[in-house]
Design a protein around this ligand. Sequence first.
Ligand code: ZN
Length: 199
Amino acid sequence: MIVALVAMAGCGASIRPLPPLPAPVPESYPSGGTARVPADADDTSYFDANPLMVPVEGVQPSGVSDSFNDRRDNGRTHRASDILVPKGTRVVAAESGTIMRLSRNALGGITIYMMDETGRFIFYYAHLEGYADGLAANEHVSQGELLGYVGMTGNAPVPHLHFQVMRRDPDRHDYWNSPAVDVKPFFTIPGQVRASNEQ
Ligand SMILES: [Zn+2]
């Protein structure tokens, strides 16, 4: 580009200034990124009764980055946990529940919204490379069931799973904007793939 401009300038053509390059956009999400709620006693009871699995195969609870309060663009904070693993690593259900929606958005890339069996939480998985064969909305999945594969779709500078847990309000239509809870302290089960028929 610079060479071309110099060449054009050399032949006397009038050159309009190029628009500035867009600034790199830090990772951010339209969903659930604006509010947080502190974990409360009911959350603690829930995770005591329903131990939380790291949703990436082979990752220990200690391997989940402490990134919930990281700053992002426009004054946002991250409100999610990033799990950095190679592309293609298997993503599994953190709890048993129901697939709410499979969707793609500019920032999150290929994503999954899932609700736990009690309806208390929504789990959001982003930047997937793709879905497990046959995964569909309204399907029940068991903890550890294969959901998809880690990728870098959307605004992901490196392969990782962006995992967000939101407190669900059944009366709320825009559930993707539900307030997020930092669940890093609640991970107790290392990520592992369990057979989908093991119910
Ligand atoms: Zn993230």
